[in-house]
Ligand binder design. Structure first.
Ligand code: SPV
Ligand code: MG
Length: 551
């Protein structure tokens, strides 16, 4: 909670200001190494208030040496990802500034453009070598020349809060306290915002000597990589303002990568490694994949991501022994099951994400590339309960369809193109109406019209099997479409009803629920079609299909 509150507060404060506050904080502060976008994010999530853009770790992550083998613009490319991935300030390890005073000016201009809060410049000669590799042989920069870089940098920055930390390498290069202090003072005079005093000793003698003689005119930053055994309290006590944990994100990543690859290599299997590594979902979380999903819904044409739910949990009452071993959706029609016919049509309309609510003889629904949603209560509940189970998986716009209907592709296309949040396909052909069975008749605000100017969708006023034929405008085919909003409204209303009256809810049919939504004022509309679909309800229907001439 504390970390979350901190992150939230920081998101509103300029990164340059955040770094400045850290440098001038009354307490000792800590910044942590990162070397790419994901490590920057991890450092921030952990709770650190700042990031060290380590030259060593960034070059190592690219598989090259800490000798300015990466060009400075290549470093900037990485840094831009790091900056984008985090809202805490980054202090870049800018080595020697990658050249002379003019390079520093250009560098700072570019750093400000990608919201990097500060740069640390070290008083060595370009191209540099890491301080822990033969440091005593490394030449130091001329003091005046280095001061010129600092001045040029300070003059170049547009944001007053951008920080330049001057790094004194005197101890690294084998010089003593006098040289270190001389340089630190000169750099402070030149305008440096803080001094980084570095040491490669495994004890903090040099650093403590320096701090003892430093008059606190500028904050002091240290990198205790080699004298790591010194308790932090002692570092604070000695007058350190900021500690850089300079390379441990990279080093721990290397440990983990070496161990994991070795294990997979020797075991030739992933079984042993799986419990030791984060899930792929954790990668998605760090990448903020969730936001992408939401954005897709706002900005992509909705139909492109439409999913489908087919309600196929029931046995069907009128099929005799045909449904002894399978639900009616698996009965054959035109050489394949009803369900496969439907799925094929959906696939042809580019709907790939298809879920089927199964119940009776669910194992018989053996179709590849579908997701099964199990309705354990298929024999105790009404069809609404299958809708309810489907609604729990709603994620954006979707088609819902009965599992016992066949329809031509153009009907589905018409529905996909229809406007509206909750749209039902309503047939006006009545060709099935001659049969002696109840149909899901609907009354709309207007009948279907062939006029060019007629509206493509018409509000539905009522749906019921008891509506007299003379009053009805058509028959619901059993298919409907939801926009993201429609799906969300539908899902919420199902939940509300369930909470209100569980018993009625569980046994309800879908028509009662649609009428309830209409009464509540939800926008439910009809998309009229004319024929070219089939509802398979009985043995007679199956018989008709088998004898139906192809036209
Ligand atoms: C870095 O992290 O690249 C540093 C610190 O400059 S050190 O490696 O200690 O020189
Ligand atoms: Mg470095």
């Amino acid at each position: 909670m504390v970390i979350e509150a901190f992150i939230k507060r920081n998101q509103t404060m300029k990164k340059t200001k955040q770094l400045r506050n850290l440098l001038h904080s009354k307490n000792i502060e800590f910044i942590m190494e990162a070397h790419n976008g994901i490590s920057a994010k991890i450092v921030e999530e952990t709770g650190f208030k700042g990031i060290w853009g380590s030259g060593l770790a960034i070059s190592a992550s690219m598989g090259v040496r800490d000798n300015n083998e990466m060009s400075w613009t290549q470093v900037l490319d990485i840094l831009e990802f790091m900056s984008e991935a985090s809202s805490i300030p980054i202090l870049l390890d800018g080595d020697t500034g990658y050249g002379n005073f003019n390079s520093v000016r250009r560098l700072i201009k570019k750093l400000e453009a990608i919201d990097v809060a500060g740069v640390c410049l070290e008083d060595k000669i370009f191209p540099k070598t890491n301080s822990f590799i033969g440091g005593e042989r490394q030449p130091l920069a001329d003091i005046d020349e280095f001061c010129g870089k600092i001045k040029a940098g300070k003059d170049a920055q547009k944001d007053d809060d951008f920080s330049i930390v001057a790094r004194v390498e005197a101890f690294i290069a084998g010089w003593g306290l006098t040289e270190a202090l001389k340089r630190a003072n000169a750099y402070a005079d030149a305008g440096a915002d803080a001094i980084l005093i570095h040491s490669k000793l495994s004890d903090p003698t040099d650093i403590f000597q320096f701090l003892k003689h430093w008059d606190n005119r500028k904050p002091i930053v240290i990198v205790p990589t080699k004298y790591y055994k010194t308790p932090t309290a002692e570092l604070a006590e000695a007058g350190t303002s900021m500690v850089i944990w300079a390379n441990h994100t990279m080093r721990s990543a290397i440990t983990a990568m070496q161990e994991s690859t070795k294990q997979i290599f020797t075991e030739q299997s992933l079984i042993g490694i799986e419990p030791k590594v984060v899930s792929v979902n954790e990668i998605f979380r760090l990448q903020n994949a969730e936001e992408y999903k939401t954005a897709e819904q706002s900005y992509l044409p909705q139909d492109r991501n439409i999913s489908a739910f087919i309600l196929a949990a029931t046995k069907g009452d009128d099929f005799g022994s045909l449904t002894n071993n399978k639900p009616k959706c698996m009965l054959e029609a035109f050489g394949k099951s009803i369900l496969e016919n439907q799925i094929e049509t959906m696939n042809e309309c580019k709907i790939r994400q298809i879920s089927v609510v199964v119940g009776y003889k669910k194992e018989a629904v053996a179709i590849p590339n579908i997701t099964k949603i199990e309705n354990e209560q298929y024999d105790k509940s009404g069809i609404l309960y299958s809708y309810y189970l489907a609604s729990k998986q709603f994620n954006g716009p979707c088609i819902l369809s009965f599992g016992d209907i066949l329809f031509k592709q153009h009907i589905l296309r018409t529905l996909l193109e229809a406007e509206g949040d909750i749209v039902l396909v309503i047939d006006t052909s009545w060709w099935q109406g001659d049969k002696d069975r109840k149909i899901d008749a609907v009354i709309c605000s207007a009948p279907s019209s062939s006029s060019y100017r007629s509206k493509s969708h018409t509000p539905i006023l009522q749906i019921d099997t008891s509506i007299a034929k003379a009053d009805a405008h058509g028959e619901w085919v059993g298919m409907m479409k939801f926009s993201s909003l429609g799906a969300e409204l539908f899902r919420k209303e199902l939940e509300i009803w369930r909470n209100e009256d569980e018993e009625a809810f569980v046994t309800s049919d879908i028509n009662s629920f649609i009428n309830r939504l209409i009464k509540k004022g939800l926008p439910i509309t009809a998309r009229y079609v004319h024929g070219h679909w089939l509802n398979i309800n009985s043995l007679e229907d199956i018989y008709q299909i088998s004898n139906m001439p192809q036209q």
